[in-house]
Ligand binder design. Structure first.
Ligand SMILES: Cc1cc2nc3c(=O)[nH]c(=O)nc-3n(C[C@H](O)[C@H](O)[C@H](O)COP(=O)(O)OP(=O)(O)OC[C@H]3O[C@@H](n4cnc5c(N)ncnc54)[C@H](O)[C@@H]3O)c2cc1C
Length: 339
């Protein structure tokens, strides 16, 4: 396994941004990982772990070592009448894992169909969609401490999951390489979550009478394909900002001034406001600045139409943050990792 030099990261991020990695290594096995972790290049340089590059905005060349994770493997480690515990290596493709589970009739992650990226990045921001977050099925997360090489198993509680958050994005940021995750999935009596109106509409249109993992997954894939730009065609990293949460008093005052502001329940008795609504109401939806912009159908998605620069997208993101702050007095926080 070689450590390459001066590698363009353009093929490795869904924004399709060009940025040069001073050093670049692909790991396909634990022994590759050990080899890289023991190298002088690893010890002397800043390290960036790269999965599918679908939640990353590269604003500069990376003057360190980029480790591209391709650890593969899906294994049953425990099983009862009702459940299966699946240990999955972190370089597996997330959607590939969802399809594997749908195929084997293992329930719990079907609502997370078609989310790009790797399994290892999924607990980083507690990926979520259509009423389900990965924390619901996580049993544990195995990770290697970059500084010491020690393996640590984090229980679900230790991961400190929140809305698009975990300990790996907060106090342990850039300190661990997630090597595998173990999920608890149902073998029967699946707990379907089809509370979103859009899912019910598709199921009704398709005359689905008996819910199956396949029917729910297919409906979600259909909805996502019709709503979100395909990163293979237009560079993007999905939702650029998190939906902000405000308290009841703030929300009441806001609602008085902007009666049409939508909301939904958040964590800790807070009220979440769709960031897309705020951005759209500041006039950004569909705005194009040369070869970058805000998607015409999804105000939350910033796009690179081709040849755009990461630092210009970050400038655009900051301009959006500023105008939302000025108009609504709300801080928008990036969901995407800005490098
Ligand atoms: C079209 C589109 C739709 C999307 N929809 C959703 C959605 O519905 N819900 C949602 O939650 N997200 C969504 N995303 C965001 C993204 O797909 C997820 O965050 C995904 O988990 C990122 O995986 P990745 O492998 O591409 O991570 P990367 O972008 O490669 O990395 C993201 C971060 O995790 C770190 N990291 C990656 N792997 C590891 C590892 N093994 N160990 C330690 N650190 C690691 C990286 O250093 C970086 O900080 C969407 C993105 C796109 C492009």
């Amino acid at each position: 396994m070689d450590i390459q030099e001066n590698v363009d990261l353009l093929p490795f991020n869904t924004f399709h941004l060009s940025a040069t990695a001073r050093y670049f290594a692909v790991i396909r096995s634990i022994s590759d990982a050990q080899h890289v972790f023991a190298s002088e290049v690893f010890k002397k340089n800043e390290v960036l772990i790269l999965g599918g590059g679908s939640n990353m905005l590269l604003t500069r060349d990376f003057n360190g070592l980029v480790i591209k994770n391709e650890l593969k493997g899906i294994n049953i480690v425990d099983e009862s009448d009702a459940n299966v515990m699946l240990k999955v290596q972190s370089g597996e493709n997330w959607h590939g894992l969802v399809m594997h589970c749908v195929e084997k009739d293992l329930g719990g992650i079907e609502n997370l169909s078609l989310i790009p990226g790797t399994v290892g990045a999924a607990p980083m921001q507690n990926i979520g969609a259509y009423g389900v977050e990965i924390e619901k099925v996580i049993h544990n997360v195995e990770a290697i401490e970059l500084k010491t090489g020690h393996v640590r198993v984090f229980s679900k509680e230790e991961c400190l999951f929140g809305y698009r958050e975990s300990i790996f994005k907060q106090e342990l940021k850039n300190q661990y390489f997630i090597s595998s995750i173990t999920l608890t999935l149902t073998k029967k009596d699946h707990q379907f979550n089809v509370s979103y109106g859009a899912i019910q509409d598709v199921l009704r249109e398709r005359n689905v009478e008996k819910l199956t993992l396949r029917a729910v997954s297919d409906a979600i894939i259909f909805i996502r394909k019709s709503k979100l730009p395909d990163p293979d065609l237009i560079g993007n990293a999905g939702s650029f900002f998190k939906n902000p949460s405000v308290d009841f008093h703030f929300f009441s005052a806001l609602k008085e001034k902007f009666p049409t502001v939508p909301s939904f329940p958040g964590e800790k008795n807070l009220i979440k406001i769709p960031a897309a609504w705020l951005i759209e109401n500041c006039g950004w939806k569909g705005k194009t600045l040369e070869n970058i912009g805000v998607h015409k159908h999804q105000a939350l998605v910033l796009v690179n139409y081709g040849g755009g620069e990461g630092k210009k997208i970050w400038q655009l993101a900051q301009d959006i943050q500023r105008s939302v702050k000025e108009k609504f007095h709300i801080d928008l926080h990036a969901e995407v990792n800005v490098i």
